[in-house]
Design a binder for this molecule. Structure first.
Ligand code: ZN
Length: 118
């Protein structure tokens, strides 16, 4: 039994499917990364609001503890979502050559091109 044309087509299709899956994973991955960046921005805003409240409380002598507790709960929630994103992204691989943190699915460093060891 030799390697037929059908075998060739079959192998090619399989290879293309594999690339397709990898691409989808990469898209999913970048979506999560964008989401995580947005969450980090939101977190910064909340901390800023918290600081403002703290300042107002000091200035006006009014009790904002209730609002602060609400903000703290929101901060906790966002932190949880960021953790979830991190879990989905996998443990980053640190490049041995330049120290850049690379996504778990990368084989080579995005900065210097060094092969990543794990
Ligand atoms: Zn590197």
């Amino acid at each position: 039994m030799g390697y037929s044309f059908d075998d060739f087509i079959y192998d090619t299709k399989k290879a293309i499917d594999k690339v397709g899956v990898k691409t989808n994973e990469a898209i999913e991955h970048s979506k999560i990364q964008v989401g995580k960046a947005q969450l980090k921005g939101k977190l910064k805003e909340k901390f800023c609001d918290l600081g403002k409240l703290c300042y107002e409380m000091h200035e006006t002598d009014e009790d904002y503890t209730g609002s602060m507790k609400k903000l703290l709960a929101q901060i906790k929630e966002i932190e949880g979502q960021i953790k979830e994103a991190d879990t989905a992204l996998g443990t980053p691989v640190v490049c041995a050559l330049c120290g850049t943190k690379n996504s778990a699915e990368n084989d080579y460093c995005t900065k210097c091109g060094e092969k990543l060891k794990r």
